[in-house]
Structures are given as structure tokens and as C-alpha cells.
Design a protein around this ligand. Sequence first.
Ligand SMILES: C[S@@+](CC[C@H](N)C(=O)[O-])C[C@H]1O[C@@H](n2cnc3c(N)ncnc32)[C@H](O)[C@@H]1O
Length: 266
Amino acid sequence: MKINYQETTNDLLTRIDIHNKYGGRNIDEWMLDLLKIQKGSKILDVACGAGKQVTSFYNHLAGNCDITGGDVNADLLSQARQSTTDNKIQAKFIDLNFNQKFPLDDNQFDLLSCCFAIYYSEDIPFTISEMHRVLKPGGRLFTSGPMPDNKKMFYDIIREATHKTIPPMPGSSRYGSEILSAIQARFSKVDVNIFENPLTFDSVEPFLSYTRASISEDRKLWNSIFDTHDDFEQVMKNIETVAKAWFARDGKLVMTKVVGGFVATK
Ligand SMILES: C[S@@+](CC[C@H](N)C(=O)[O-])C[C@H]1O[C@@H](n2cnc3c(N)ncnc32)[C@H](O)[C@@H]1O
């Protein structure tokens, strides 16, 4: 499956910030609680973005670990390097592309995490076999991603505002099905955990900022619902009108994230 997607630093950081401000729960705390990682672990965070999970692992283990983050996006990698240096976090960062052999030896890592990203792989079985290859025997893979009923309100508002079919998302359309099956086929044991996090917006603005940073033209995931920049702005205006009507009716907007956390053992 050809994936026409490009994350931008600004959009990613905007969405992370909105989760932090309006979410009822903290997903990294949930992940750490689930994984119970031992001090001294050797960890690889694939598709590390701006370094969110690298930072969480390092702080949780009080620096008693060996962490590498890898990503295909040079801008996000440089953001990750800068923010870890600023926060005195010791981590290595490498260029790593899901669609190519990882530049790493076999049987290296105790834990390999891949948060909100595996579904951007163009060849899921290949990427999973690379993840399996670099893990030590008995090592664990952790992935997170959207389950089918993730963010129902967000999609309902966009549908009502545009009268268009929502383009199939690389994540929610296959994470809980095709991707879970591929992990089960390669690993000896897989546990499925569900995390629900309601984001409660007490005004329309943060929901609109979240929407802009999700359907943004730069990310190239939603371009089937608008052609030009003016179209994009018109879609955003229509979304604002519908969101305001929902807000007037309900007194708040609640968008619930429904995330699957798969823990697989090699
Ligand atoms: C939604 S972001 C998640 C980043 C980070 N894990 C987090 O949760 O903040 C998706 C990440 O996948 C990365 N990505 C997309 N395609 C990739 C590929 N082919 N190989 C490696 N990383 C990729 C993007 O650059 C981006 O950092």
C-alpha cells in the first residue's frame, strides 16, 4: 500500500499539546504501567517523532537504560535531538525507514516501541519482520494506534460539515485488523490492551486547532476532501459551523481516543 503521508513538526506538536491539555488520562503513564520495563533495558523507539516516548522511557527509568530513537523525518529527528539535549536526556537518534532494512544488527533490543506510526509502513509484514529481527529472543514489541471507533465525534463532525466520504485512514482502517494479524503471525504471544481517553473541550477553538493539525494539507492524508488551499479553508469554516452547533447543543465537545496497545513477545 503506497502511503502518501508526511508528518510536520508543527502539526505533531500541536496535537500532543492538545492531548496534554484536554485529555483526561496520560497515555505514556498507561504505556509505562503496562510495560513494566526493567532498569538497564536496551530500547529502540521506531518512528520516534519529536522524542516523546524516548523522553518518557528515560525519565521513568531515571536514565538507567540505553535508548535509541529512529525516524524517517530529518526535521523531527533534529527536534528530538534538540529537546533531549535541552532536557539532559542521553539518547541516540538514527535515520530509520520502515520500508527499508533497519541499519541495526540482529537480536539487540529488550524493547522496541512504535507509537502511532506503524500504519504508515508500506509493507507491514516486512516492517514487522525487521522489528522482530532486531529484538533479543524474549524481547518485546509495543505498538500503539487507533482502533476503529477512535475519535468518533471528530469524524462525525467532518462528515456532517463536508457531506463527503472520510478517506480511509492508514491507521484506524487497518491497525486493529491487518496489522494486529501480522504481529500475531510473526510473534509468539500478543496481548491486546485498550486505552480510552476522552478529550473534553470547553470551547470550540481547541477542537478546531486539533482538526487543523490533523487534516492539514501538509500531512497529505485528507487531500481527497479539498483541492486547493481555499477549499481547505472553506472546509475548516464548515467544520467550525457544525462544531459550534454541536457545542451550543451539548455545552461541550467530547472526543474520545480509543487506542490499542499491542504487546508482543519474540
Ligand atoms: C504521528 S507521528 C508519531 C511520533 C511519535 N511516536 C509520537 O507519538 O509522538 C508518526 C511518526 O511516524 C514517522 N514515520 C512515517 N513514515 C515513516 C517511515 N517510513 N519510517 C519511519 N518513520 C516514519 C513520522 O515521521 C512521525 O514521526
